[in-house]
Design a protein around this ligand. Structure first.
Ligand SMILES: Cc1ncc(COP(=O)(O)O)c(C=O)c1O
Length: 392
């Protein structure tokens, strides 16, 4: 039998496993604890912090989709990233992107400042900068975020894997922006995949969660041990919701991507837009790489709005179907202003180095009808133009 397609894995996870009643869908086990079968008779589960049947079904699904050995589900994406840092000891070097999600930047910088590890931020999209960083000192761990949040820059995962193999470096990739449907970093040489399951995997903006998928048993066991030790495992209810969301992940993300491709092309020709960042556009610097290592371009678009703060206000006040909110990857379309929202925890200088301007806006394209989304953007963008430039 060939390996099942991701849609089959997502739809069939846990189906028909209930031996008590033959429930088609796996039940939700909320219990925090489990009885022992008499003295020293520990069953498979004893306490939900260390293990829970519902969380295990969701973890197995995510791990299978990523092609990993197993996954630990955590209470947030940040908890998964924090868990990853337990692979490091004081003095170890961590190489991270200079333009990653603002929360990741804050976590790594703050822990490095307290001496948990040493941190070097590099422009990972530049292969020479990466090679130079490895040549200067081989890191113990590298964290890659591709495409990056919010500028959708791409890092060559195969090239990073080659460097890691040559230097004995552990390789972790944050796959939040694409999900395993559009990119499978473990197949391209990563050792660990990080997810904010809050985003596409759950996909309905009603869970905050994370996952750490490991390629090997040793890595997984280490992360699972620490997750139980520090107590940052995901809740059963969130796991249940995530499992429900996962079942439709392949169809959701493909439809969202189709809409995003159309909207990116539309934005590119609008006079109120100065620049569009979307790897599906042929003039995006990472387009060729996206074609090699991704099986789709995703549903996140960023763009620079012409003008200044008054134009930003006009745009945001005129949109009907793009809600001004943090987060991404849900069924509803969102717009965010990274400098004042998702990346506000980065200081101004760090934002400048990363290329995050005050006119940058980020779209998470949802499942609404693409024509409605385009009409909404068209009206709001046109409202920002000086009277003479408005098309009748
Ligand atoms: C790429 C990326 N990684 C990790 C996170 C953190 O996830 P969470 O908000 O679930 O803690 C985010 C949040 O936006 C993100 O965009």
């Amino acid at each position: 039998m060939p390996e099942p397609n991701c849609s089959t894995i997502a739809a069939r996870t846990g189906v028909g496993q209930d031996r008590a009643h033959g429930a088609v869908m796996p039940p939700l086990y909320l219990s925090s604890n489990y009885t022992f079968d008499g003295y020293q008779g520990k069953r498979q589960y004893d306490y939900t912090r260390s293990g829970n049947p519902t969380r295990d079904v969701a973890a197995e699904a995510i791990s299978k989709l990523e092609g990993g050995y197993a996954a630990v589900l955590t209470s947030s994406g940040m908890a998964a990233l924090d868990l990853l840092t337990y692979a490091l000891r004081p003095g170890d070097l961590l190489l991270a992107p200079h333009d990653c999600y603002g929360g990741t930047h804050r976590l790594l910088r703050s822990k490095a400042e307290r001496g948990y590890f040493r941190l070097k931020l590099v422009n990972q999209t530049d292969p020479h900068a990466l090679e130079a960083a490895f040549a200067e000192e081989a890191p113990r761990l590298i964290l890659v975020e591709t495409p990056s949040n919010p500028l959708l820059r791409l890092t060559d995962l195969r090239a990073v894997a080659r460097l890691c193999r040559a230097h004995g470096t552990l390789f972790a990739a944050d796959n939040t922006f694409l999900s395993p449907v559009l990119q499978r970093p473990l197949e391209l040489g990563a050792d660990v995949v990080v997810h904010s399951t809050t985003k596409y995997l759950n996909g309905h903006s009603d869970v905050v969660g994370g996952a750490l998928v490991s390629r090997t048993a040793d890595l997984h066991q280490d992360f699972a041990w620490w997750a139980n030790c520090i107590g940052n495992t995901g809740s059963p209810f969130d796991s249940y919701q995530t499992l429900r969301g996962l079942r439709t992940l392949p169809v959701r993300i493909r439809q969202q991507e189709t809409s995003a491709r159309e909207l990116a092309r539309f934005l590119q020709q609008h006079p109120a837009v100065e620049k569009v960042y979307y790897p599906g556009l042929v003039d995006h610097p990472g387009h060729a790489l996206a074609c090699q290592q991704q099986s789709g371009f995703g549903a996140m678009i960023s763009f620079e709005l012409a003008g200044g703060e008054p134009e930003l206000r006009i745009l945001l006040e005129n949109l009907r179907y793009f809600s001004l909110a943090e987060s991404l990857g849900g069924v509803e379309s969102l717009i965010a202003h990274p400098a004042s929202m998702t990346h506000a925890s980065m200081d101004e200088a760090a934002r400048q180095v990363a290329g995050i301007s005050s006119q940058l806006l980020r779209l998470s394209v949802g499942l609404e009808c693409p024509e409605d989304l385009q009409a909404d953007l068209e009206a709001a963008l046109t409202a920002t133009l000086p009277a003479g430039l408005k098309v009748a």
